[in-house]
Design a protein around this ligand. Structure first.
Ligand SMILES: Cc1cc2nc3c(=O)[nH]c(=O)nc-3n(C[C@H](O)[C@H](O)[C@H](O)COP(=O)(O)OP(=O)(O)OC[C@H]3O[C@@H](n4cnc5c(N)ncnc54)[C@H](O)[C@@H]3O)c2cc1C
Length: 643
């Protein structure tokens, strides 16, 4: 029993009594049970509780809530946008990153606004502590330490439903909705060279019983792998022999709620860059047969976009060197995270090749790299609320759905948590579409395909990148969040106020003429090299005074709106054009076998993946426009429009 463990007595909490009678469930301890205290579990718990649900989070180790299993960094390309969206929807990841960040950088600043993305290096220990505080401070949440060893079932009239979990010590936790966020822990095996151990993370175990029950539900599982690099002792590393990489001089926070005047909160530190050498490559190539991936001992597929160092050497034999980022894990620790050399080679080979890297010649290993292989649930079995279509009451979020990354996990957690609470409360689901959010893109991608490698977000996955920018996540999502209750009225007031300020600044730019060209300031701002601040220099003094008081966020919004207006309008028109197709519903009982002319591949995939709309069907790989036209025709026939 830890200090976090509670009595499971709902009366102890102001918010604690389940709000609804719900399905008759004896021994019910919560409205929503969240299994796992990782990044998906944290956002799921908080989102469900913000909607008034009483939530019990159960996790192996209450001291590891919000643990960063791998790289102590948040954000990055495609991922930074997700963190901004989580924040706009009231989630915690952005605020925690701001509170614990020791280096902030805006990536892609030389490129267009659509692909800019924030990233920070966090202090791993502070991050975990802040995540735990966020969970414990949320009204309506209880944290229970324990391992879920199985699911509890109820044979209802409409089939088998999940009504909670059984813990290893025999306790049973019952709730109408359960969210599994167990990460890499399902039937997990860790590999370092020939050595194997069961466990989803170093020093932790595997969730064997749960895997069995998930399988008994008849769910299709797959196997994936991921890896982590060695951790080295800073005192044994020569950082002076490497290039220093500082953070931004004027860093921007992730969260719209962070006070920019007091930001950043932590001391900021640099990362360092070094490179592999021909000697490094020689040692790895000579020993690659000892890496479990190459010896055939690992059957799971790893992420192509985040390859191990042995993968890089074998795939790109002509490359003379590979970049290595040497990143501090925190302010008060000597642990260095060696980003870029994820490996599962034997310990002695890791030590030999690391010693060939400039600055790491005498490096002392604190932990060797390893790979972990685990089961995931094929996400095409989920609906757009992240509930399993075939098992009422069971939701899945995070790496269990075949994704990789804290941000992807946190985003799914928020969607699953919100929808689990709404489902228990018998309210309409909360679904974001592809043109509204990266989160909408991710969920849609997941439910129509089965990942063949861990799924991570890239900005290229979004077809409406100019609409889904990191700077406008609040303008896209705060109102949607307020409608359902994920954010409070103050947040809604703040976004209304921001929109008013943007409109007022824009009007002033339109009305003011710059001399001597006699052009409006908006016209000047449209020029490729113009910026809000440079245009202001051309304005008469009273306009300059009025616009000079405008906040940085409003300036940025006006500048991007004006500069990209044409493209943004075009993307909006495209969204509208596709909206009709997007929402054209496909009945669940549509028999694809009777539609003549469908390609065999389309017939098989449509039947198996059962897309809910023509839009979803159009994004299934192998479904061609001609197949879609035939399905559309069949739908119109059924609707009686065609005889
Ligand atoms: C070795 C390793 C390397 C990685 N490398 C990368 C990388 O390079 N890039 C990248 O983007 N991502 C990487 N990741 C993935 C990243 O850590 C995850 O994507 C992210 O943490 C997933 O969040 P999650 O909430 O789904 O799961 P996790 O953060 O893993 O959290 C799972 C939680 O569930 C708990 N749990 C599991 N089973 C049970 C049970 N039966 N009962 C109770 N509690 C349970 C665990 O204790 C844990 O708290 C790596 C992960 C690992 C383990």
């Amino acid at each position: 029993m830890t200090s976090h463990e509670t009595s499971l007595d709902p009366a102890r909490h102001a918010h604690g009594t389940p709000r609804l009678d719900g399905p008759g469930l004896s021994g019910r301890v919560a409205d929503v049970l969240v299994v796992g205290g990782g990044h998906a579990g944290v956002e799921a718990t908080l989102a469900a509780a913000r909607l008034g649900a009483h939530v019990v989070m159960v996790t192996f180790d209450a001291d590891k809530v919000g643990e960063m299993s791998c790289n102590p960094a948040i954000g990055g390309l495609g991922k930074g946008q997700i963190v901004r969206e989580i924040d706009a929807l009231g989630g915690a990841m952005g605020r925690i990153a701001d509170e614990t960040g020791i280096q902030f950088r805006m990536l892609n600043t030389a490129k267009g606004a659509a692909v800019r993305a924030p990233r920070c290096q966090s202090d791993r220990h502070l991050y975990r502590a802040a995540a735990t505080r966020a969970v414990l401070a949320q009204p309506g949440v209880e944290l229970v330490e324990g391992g879920a060893s199985g699911l509890l079932f109820d044979d209802a009239d409409d089939g088998l439903r999940v009504v909670g979990v059984r813990l290893e010590d025999g306790r049973e936790l019952r709730a109408p909705a359960t969210i599994l966020t167990t990460g890499t822990f399902l039937r997990a095996v860790m590999h370092t060279g020939e050595a194997q151990a069961t466990g989803g993370r170093i020093g932790e175990r595997s969730a064997e019983g749960l895997s069995g029950d998930v399988e008994r539900l008849g769910l299709r599982l797959g196997r994936l792998k991921t890896g982590t690099p060695p951790r080295l002792d800073k005192r044994s590393v020569d950082l002076g022999a490497m290039e220093a990489q500082p953070g931004d001089a004027h860093p921007s926070p992730f969260s719209y709620l962070t006070d920019r005047a007091r930001f950043p909160l932590q001391r900021q530190v640099p990362c360092h860059i070094t490179y592999t050498t021909p000697k490094t490559h020689g040692i790895i190539a000579d020993n690659v047969h000892r890496a479990p991936m190459y010896s055939g001992r690992i059957e799971g597929v790893g992420p192509r976009y985040c390859p191990s160092i042995e993968d890089k050497i074998m795939r790109f034999p002509d490359r003379e060197r590979h970049q290595i980022f040497v990143e501090p894990e925190g302010l008060e620790t000597d642990v260095l995270y060696i980003n870029g050399i994820s490996t599962s080679l034997p310990a002695e080979i890791q030590e030999a090749f690391v010693a060939t890297v400039p600055g790491l010649e005498n490096a002392r290993f604190l932990r060797h790299g390893y790979a972990v292989e685990y089961d995931f649930v094929q996400p095409s079995q989920l609906s757009d609320t992240l509930a399993l279509r075939s098992v009422p009451g069971l939701f899945l979020a995070g790496q269990i759905n075949g994704t990789s990354g804290y941000e992807e996990a946190g985003g799914q957690g928020l969607i699953a948590g919100a929808n689990a609470a709404l489902w228990v409360q018998d309210r309409a689901p909360f679904v974001l579409r592809r043109h509204e959010a990266y989160l909408g893109v991710m969920v849609d991608d997941l439910i129509i395909t089965n990942p063949s490698e861990p799924y991570r977000m890239f900005s290229s996955r979004a077809e409406y990148r100019l609409l889904l920018r990191q700077d406008n996540a609040d303008r896209r999502l705060v109102r949607r969040a307020a409608e359902v209750g994920l954010v409070d009225a103050a947040r809604l007031d703040a976004i209304d106020e921001k929109e008013r300020a943007i409109a007022a600044a824009r009007r002033l730019l339109e009305r003011t003429r710059a001399q001597p060209e006699n052009k409006s300031l908006v016209d000047l701002l449209r020029r490729p090299d113009a910026s809000f601040d440079r245009v202001l220099e051309r304005a008469p003094s009273e306009t300059r005074a009025a616009l000079g008081a405008v906040s940085g966020e409003v300036r940025e919004a006006v500048e991007i709106d004006v500069k990209y207006e044409g493209y943004i309008e075009r993307q909006r028109a495209e969204v509208e054009r596709l909206a009709r197709q997007e929402t054209s519903e496909i009945p669940a009982d549509l028999d694809y076998a009777v539609i003549e002319g469908l390609s065999t591949e389309a017939r098989e995939k449509l039947a198996r993946l059962a897309p809910r709309t023509l839009g979803a069907a159009s994004r299934i790989e192998g479904v061609r426009p001609s197949d879609l036209a035939l399905v559309g025709l069949e739908l119109r026939k059924r609707a009686g429009a065609i005889g």
